[in-house]
Design a protein around this ligand. Structure first.
Ligand code: HEC
Length: 138
């Protein structure tokens, strides 16, 4: 084994341990509690362009088409309208937020509960941007 290879392996192990520590949330209860927003910031204006960027960078696009095509998850065309009909207790925005943060709370008929829970960690501003983007899909 070359010395260089050993060094990379050590870096790999160190990175793994750091990820593990991060995943444990530094002792906080759930690992997926969204970070609190700095109250001194001006109110966030939802940004659909950033929402589209997040849709790709957060791998939503691996499981969801933006049209009607079914992948692992449902195609999201028309979700802004459909979201208002899913749960009578939730507005369209709150249903989409719940779908992102707590996907098991309502499982769309004909699909399995396969969406990861990890998105609960997304800051509220990012969730608001995703909602704004998803509502542009027709
Ligand atoms: C590993 C696959 C996977 C990934 C990644 C994923 N989803 Fe999903 N998603 C699903 C599945 C499967 C369902 C349907 C079951 C359910 O309701 O939980 C779903 C349901 C949804 C719904 C509800 C759709 C409806 O018609 O009511 C929304 C909205 C949604 N996902 C948005 C997102 C967003 C935004 C992301 C990225 C932040 C994302 N999903 C990432 C698999 C995934």
């Amino acid at each position: 084994m070359s010395r260089r290879f050993v060094r990379y392996r050590l870096i790999g192990i160190a990175a793994g341990l750091m990820l593990l520590a991060a995943a444990c949330g530094g002792g906080s209860a759930g690992g997926d509690v969204p970070p609190t927003r700095d109250p001194s910031l001006p109110p966030h204006v939802a940004d659909a362009v950033n929402g589209e960027r997040l849709f790709n960078s957060e791998s939503c696009s691996a499981c969801h088409s933006t049209g009607d095509r079914r992948l692992t998850g449902p195609g999201l065309a028309g979700i802004g309208v459909a979201a208002a009909t899913r749960d009578p207790a939730l507005t369209a925005d709150r249903y989409i937020e719940q779908s992102i943060r707590d996907p098991g709370a309502f499982v769309v008929s004909g699909y399995n509960n396969l969406m990861p829970n990890a998105y609960g960690r997304l800051p509220q501003d990012d969730v608001d941007d995703l909602i704004a983007y998803l509502k542009t899909l027709e």
